[in-house]
Design a protein around this ligand. Structure first.
Ligand code: FAD
Length: 400
């Protein structure tokens, strides 16, 4: 196990390390510096100590030969064979990451693909699409999907595994990573690769106040999930290639402890992640009844309504309408925020929008720092005026 070593002969009990430690992990007991179990091995104390009395001794897995793991594997997220767009975004990231080490990109499909939807991957720069196709795989059973995922990873031995940060991805990624006793970073917003093949997984932490850079130095494969709309889609091949490999599904892998007793189809709900136009309600809207302004504007522009977390917490909107770090990431062509302050957590979910119009009565509000068209004013005056103008212009507007 990795640990913090203290050289008591060098230590002069100056307490600099104690002051530096953010986790209160160091203390002096009976005139000796000791470390407690709050220690995260971040190494900040080691860097502070002028007397070289501290050292983080990292366990390097004896059995792990990193060179045996190469390439990138992307899990193909789908619903009854229909491929989720996050898959193409993951292939896009893989394309970027692959360059430095000339890695091959692999994809894994688990399901019962009656419509052979994976053939669309012939258009992408994927060396091989491993398809595990069986009627039992039509429904998602976490344990069975894990068995097959594990089998495929043992065969392909990729250095990196990318999975969509979807509901399925959030259940599957940690389960498979645990089988390999390796690291997983969820909801990465940026991925880079080092010369030594360590994946630098960057994501907001501590409520979006810092960007954490996480690596998995001693284990392979390295797992990361990325949410939909965070990365750019992959560039297609000039010509399609036949890259599909149908694999044998072992009966032993299909044994499940999960029994599906009943299935109920959820009512179709509009998904804000796919909207081209979004009107966002924030806490500047004082009463629930006043939301008709945003609904009016949304229907005029053929858009959808979304909200900040503040209004979800008030119970005015369901959670699936929340934009932000703990909500959804959106990338519409146009977003109009109404009475939204622009907290770090909110902006983390929408700053990729092509055109941002922000209406706020506080000229110092943070949302104006990213707005392409800031409107400083009272939304109760601005919105009716805007709606009136758009109604007049609507016959001449071409909204695609
Ligand atoms: C770990 C963590 C995760 C979080 N995740 C999210 C998340 O995913 N999404 C999210 O939204 N938040 C999230 N939050 C909460 C976030 O910090 C903010 O509290 C929230 O975004 C504020 O929402 P708001 O902009 O609607 O409200 P406020 O911050 O209260 O802003 C209201 C704005 O309306 C303006 N205003 C008031 N009256 C008018 C008027 N008449 N006309 C025009 N403007 C007016 C005000 O000037 C103000 O700027 C998270 C917080 C934490 C700690």
């Amino acid at each position: 196990m990795s640990k913090l070593l203290i050289n008591h002969e060098q230590c002069i009990l100056c307490e600099d390390c104690i002051d530096t430690c953010l986790y209160d992990a160091l203390e002096i007991c009976d005139q000796i510096l000791t470390v407690n179990d709050h220690c995260t091995l971040c190494g900040a104390c080691m860097d502070t100590c002028q007397y070289k009395a501290l050292e983080v001794q990292k366990e390097m897995s004896q059995s792990m030969d990193k060179t045996k793991w190469a390439g990138i594997l992307v899990y193909i997220e789908h619903q009854q064979g229909k491929i989720h767009p996050v898959t193409f975004e993951l292939i896009g990231v893989a394309q970027q990451l692959a360059i430095k080490h000339s890695y091959a990109i692999h994809c894994l499909f688990i399901g019962n693909q009656k419509h052979e939807s994976v053939k669309i991957l012939n258009d992408y720069p994927v060396e091989k699409v491993w398809v595990y196709d069986h009627p039992f795989l039509a429904d998602y059973h976490e344990d069975v999907y894990c068995n097959i995922f594990e089998r495929c990873l043992l065969k392909v031995q990729p250095a990196i595994v990318l999975i969509g940060g979807t509901q399925t991805g959030k259940s599957l990624a940690p389960a498979v990573a645990t089988r390999f006793k390796t690291g997983l970073t969820a909801d990465c917003t940026e991925l880079k690769i080092k010369e030594n093949s360590d994946l630098v997984q960057i994501r907001p932490a501590f409520g979006g106040n810092v960007m954490a850079r996480i690596i998995t130095p001693a284990h392979r494969p390295q797992f990361a999930t990325v949410r939909h709309k965070i990365m750019e889609e992959a560039v297609k091949n000039k010509k399609p290639i036949d890259n599909i490999e149908y694999c044998c599904v072992e009966e032993a892998d299909l044994l499940s402890k999960i029994m599906i007793l009943n299935e109920e189809k959820l009512e179709h709900q509009e998904d804000i992640t796919g909207a081209k136009v979004l009107i966002v309600a924030g806490q500047g809207i004082k009463n629930k009844d006043d939301l008709y302004f945003v609904h009016d504007l949304a229907s005029l522009l053929d858009g959808q309504v979304a909200s900040t977390r503040a209004l979800v917490e008030k119970g005015w909107f369901p959670y699936n309408k929340q934009i932000g770090l703990s909500g959804k990431t959106v990338k519409p062509d146009l977003i109009i925020t109404c009475g939204v302050s622009g907290s770090i957590q909110f902006m983390a979910g929408m700053k990729g929008a092509k055109n941002i119009i922000a209406i706020n009565n506080d000229q110092d509000s943070s949302i104006f720092s990213i707005a392409h068209y800031p409107i400083c004013g009272d939304l109760y005056k601005v919105l009716p005026e805007l709606i009136k103008k758009i109604k007049k212009m609507k016959p001449y507007l071409f909204l695609t």
